[in-house]
Ligand binder design. Structure first.
Ligand code: 13P
Ligand code: SF4
Length: 387
C-alpha cells in the first residue's frame, strides 16, 4: 500500500466556513442521547437496528462519508447517483441520508410524500450551498431584469444548493446539474437562452464552460452577491455568456497550482486527477478531471503500478488507496483535510437515528415545503430528463 498520509497537523484541522460551524454554534445539537464514540457495541447496534427495520429503511451514503458509516450504506454514490437511487426506492418508508443537508432535501423532493428522509446529524450542512441565499439570488435576478437580460438568461444550479435555490431555478425555467452532467445541462441551457446564471459554484461553472463548451474566460463574469450589481458594470453583464455566482467548495477550493507542481516533482510520471470543483488553474494543470464517480472509475481502470495524485475529499481518496494497494495513490495536497460537514455523520449519530426509527420515533426529518418542493422538482426532473 502506497498511501501517503497527509501531515498529522493538517488532518487535525477543521475547514472553517458557515457550513462547518460546530453543531452547538449552529443551534442544531442532537435532540437525543447519542451513544459515546467509544461504545464498543456501535457496529453491533447499527447492524441490529438496521436488521430490525428491514426493507422499511434504505441507507444512502455519499462517497465522502467516513468508512464507519459507509459500511452501513445500501448504496454509495455521488450526488447524482444518490438522487436517482432515492427516487427509485418507493417501497422504503425511511431514507437515511448519510451525506449533507442539500442532498437530503433533494431526496425529500424526489421521493413520495409518505416517505421520510432522515439526516443523522442536522449540522451536516455545506459551506458552498450556504453561499447562495434565496434573497440574494432574487436581487441578482432583479438586476438582470432591470438590464433587460433576465429573459435571455437561463439559471442553472449545481445540486449543491438549497431547495430554495432549486425552487428559484425551477420557477425561472432552469435546470439543476451535478458534476456528472454539468456539460449536458449547460448545452441544454444555451439552446434556450443566450446567457447562463450559474449557481453557486463558480469553479464548476467556469471549468465546464471553458473546458467542455469552448467558451473563453472573458465570456465568464463573477457575480459577487455582497456588492451592488454583483460588483459588475452593466456593460460586462450584458457582454457575458456565463454569469458565475461567487461561491466555492471550501474543500476543493484549497487545492492550488503549487500542489500540482509539488506532486509532479515528488512523483515522476504521476497522473493528476481532480474534481471540477477545483480552481480553474488546477483543473487546467491536471491530467484528468471529473465527478466523484468518474474519479472512482478512473482509478479502478488504471493499470497496476500507476501513480495517482487525487484532488478530492480525503475520506474518498483514502478509501481508494486502501482498495487499490497495487497502485500508488496519494492525496493532492498534504495539508488539506476532510470535509468537516460530511464528517459530522459519524457512527454514533447513525446508531442513534436507526435505533430511534426502529423504536418508532422519526428523528431529524428533512422536509421541504410543498411550494418550494414543486418548483425544485421541476428543475430536478429537468436534470433527470437531460439527454
Ligand atoms: P459530486 O458528488 O457531484 O461529485 O459532488 C461532490 C461534492 O462536493 C458533494 O458535496
Ligand atoms: Fe459542500 Fe464541498 Fe463539503 Fe461537498 S465537499 S459538502 S461541496 S463543502
Amino acid at each position: 500500500m502506497t498511501w501517503v498520509e497527509p501531515t498529522s497537523t493538517a488532518t487535525a484541522l477543521l475547514l472553517l466556513g458557515r457550513g462547518s460551524d460546530p453543531a452547538s454554534e449552529r443551534g442544531v445539537d442532537c435532540p437525543g442521547d447519542l451513544p459515546t464514540p467509544s461504545d464498543p457495541d456501535l457496529v453491533a447496534r447499527a447492524t441490529a437496528a438496521k436488521a430490525a427495520l428491514g426493507d422499511r429503511v434504505f441507507v444512502l451514503g455519499h462517497h465522502y462519508q467516513r468508512d464507519e458509516v459507509i459500511q452501513f450504506a445500501d448504496v454509495t454514490g455521488d450526488s447524482f447517483k444518490l438522487a436517482r437511487e432515492a427516487a427509485a426506492r418507493p417501497q422504503a418508508e425511511y431514507i437515511v441520508f448519510c451525506g449533507v443537508h442539500f442532498m437530503a432535501e433533494s431526496a425529500d423532493i424526489l421521493t413520495a410524500d409518505s416517505q421520510r428522509v432522515i439526516l443523522p446529524d442536522l449540522a451536516a450542512g455545506c459551506s458552498m450551498a450556504d453561499m447562495a441565499v434565496l434573497q440574494q439570488v432574487e436581487e441578482a435576478w432583479d438586476t438582470l431584469a432591470e438590464l433587460g437580460i433576465a429573459e435571455s438568461t437561463v439559471p442553472v444550479t449545481y445540486m449543491n444548493s438549497s431547495a430554495d435555490i432549486k425552487g428559484f431555478v425551477g420557477r425561472n425555467k432552469g435546470v439543476v446539474c451535478t458534476s456528472s452532467n454539468a456539460e449536458r445541462a449547460l448545452r441544454w441551457a444555451f439552446e434556450r437562452g443566450e446567457k447562463v446564471l450559474f449557481l453557486p459554484d463558480q469553479h464548476l461553472g467556469r471549468n465546464t464552460a471553458v473546458r467542455q463548451l469552448g467558451l473563453t474566460l472573458d465570456d465568464c463574469v463573477l457575480y459577487d452577491p455582497h456588492k451592488p450589481g454583483g460588483g459588475l458594470t452593466a456593460q460586462r453583464l450584458r457582454a457575458a455568456k456565463m454569469i458565475l455566482w461567487r461561491g466555492h467548495c471550501s474543500v476543493h477550493g484549497r487545492f492550488s497550482l503549487d500542489c500540482v507542481t509539488e506532486v509532479r516533482d515528488r512523483i515522476p510520471g504521476v497522473n493528476v486527477l481532480v474534481h471540477p470543483e477545483c480552481r480553474h488553474e488546477v483543473v487546467t494543470a491536471a491530467d484528468y478531471v471529473g465527478s466523484t464517480e468518474y474519479i472512482i472509475k478512473t482509478i479502478e481502470a488504471a493499470p497496476a503500478g500507476s501513480a495517482w495524485a487525487v484532488g478530492t475529499e480525503l475520506n474518498l481518496v483514502r478509501r481508494l488507496a486502501n482498495a487499490h494497494p497495487d497502485k500508488q495513490i496519494t492525496f493532492l495536497d498534504r495539508t488539506v483535510c476532510y470535509c468537516s460537514t460530511m464528517n459530522r455523520i459519524d457512527l454514533p449519530h447513525l446508531v442513534w437515528a436507526l435505533e430511534e426509527l426502529a423504536a418508532g420515533r422519526v428523528v431529524n426529518e428533512i422536509t421541504v415545503d410543498p411550494q418550494t418542493a414543486h418548483h425544485a422538482r421541476t428543475a430536478l426532473d429537468q436534470m433527470l430528463a437531460l439527454p
